[in-house]
Ligand binder design. Structure first.
Ligand code: NAD
Length: 297
């Protein structure tokens, strides 16, 4: 069993750390929120007073933070950067969803200092974090990937080696851009069919089993009432928030800009999610973007 330092105990990090404890690892936790730390202590974590304390003596350090600035601040540029305090041979796994450029920058500094730092963003949402069924997309060397895998296996079901450092963040940006495009496209088609008199359940089934079939039609239909367990049938509560999809589309657009990769569909999807967000829907599940197409009473 390993000594693990875990930093960032929010909606995702909290349950991920809890699963490591459940599997028998010794986990020292830190978050700026004392309440988040206290919750983890009730399931067996050791409370650390600082990030530095959490990583002291840890064989693995895992971070689950909001964005690139937080990750760079924690490891490189903050008041007391963690890269100054790691145990020799520690493996740092950053599972936050951040821009690939920052992930590559932090990894490059780590490499210069002989520190093992890998990016391992996740897909699967809070439900996947609680159930331990996340998908991890890992940017690492072969050896680092092999070392991280037993720990990632505790928190996830599908562990992918995407390539060298930064590749995990690139894979995540590509996947979520595609998810946004297929959710808006599915919404567009469903709305047109229903406005022209079709039953949403019948149309969904036709498209699901025809050449338009996709993940949204299989598991996450955006039309209320078609799938009883989808967020659409629960006033778009739970699931994956519009705010987070908007953030991820921003990361995809940044990558598109930096690499001069044409992403006209991704740009359009981002514009739709932006309109949806500014109308006050940032807290709703992202499949509620279908409302942008629907007649408002
Ligand atoms: P969250 O806002 O719930 O949690 C972030 C936590 O980090 C908070 O508890 C905050 O106090 C803490 N924090 C921030 N700066 C810190 C610092 N310097 N030191 C210690 N703690 C600090 O966010 P979340 O939903 O858990 O998401 C975390 C990451 O996972 C994000 O990058 C997000 O994009 C990604 N993600 C989220 C989901 C989801 O469905 N929520 C799904 C996939 C990926």
């Amino acid at each position: 069993m390993a000594n693990i330092g875990f930093i960032g105990l929010g909606n995702m990090g909290g349950p991920m750390a809890a699963n490591l404890i459940k599997a028998g690892h010794s986990v020292s936790v830190f978050d700026l929120s004392k309440a988040a730390v206290a919750t983890l202590v009730t399931v067996g974590a050791t409370a650390a007073q600082s990030a530095k304390e959490a990583v002291t003596g840890a064989q693995f350090v895992i971070s689950m933070l909001p964005a690139g600035a937080h990750v760079e601040g924690l490891y490189l540029s903050g008041d007391d950067p963690l890269f100054d305090h790691l145990a020799e041979d520690a493996l740092v796994i950053d599972s936050s969803t951040i821009d690939a450029k920052t992930a590559q920058k932090v990894a490059a500094v780590a490499a210069q200092r002989d520190i093992n730092f890998i990016d391992a963003p996740v897909s699967g949402g809070v439900g996947g974090a609680v159930a331990g069924t996340l998908s991890f997309m890992v940017g690492a060397s072969e050896q680092q990937f092999a070392n991280a895998k037993p720990i990632l296996d505790v928190m996830g079901k599908n562990i992918f080696h995407a390539g060298v450092q930064g590749s995990g963040q690139i894979a995540k940006a590509c996947n979520n851009m595609l998810l946004a495009i297929l959710m808006t496209g599915t919404s567009e088609a469903l709305n047109m069919g229903v406005k022209n008199g079709l039953d949403p359940k019948v149309l969904s089934e036709i498209m699901r089993l025809s050449s338009g079939g996709n993940w949204a039609l299989e598991l996450y239909n955006p039309f209320p009432g078609v799938m009883p367990n989808a967020p659409a049938s629960n006033d778009y509560q739970g699931g994956f928030q519009t705010d987070l999809m908007f953030k991820d589309l921003g990361l995809a657009m940044e990558l598109s800009q930096l690499s001069a990769s044409p992403t006209p569909m991704g740009s359009q999807a981002r514009a739709l999610f932006n309109m949806h967000k500014v109308k006050g829907n940032g807290g709703l599940d992202f499949s509620s973007v279908i409302q942008q197409y629907q007649d408002q009473d």
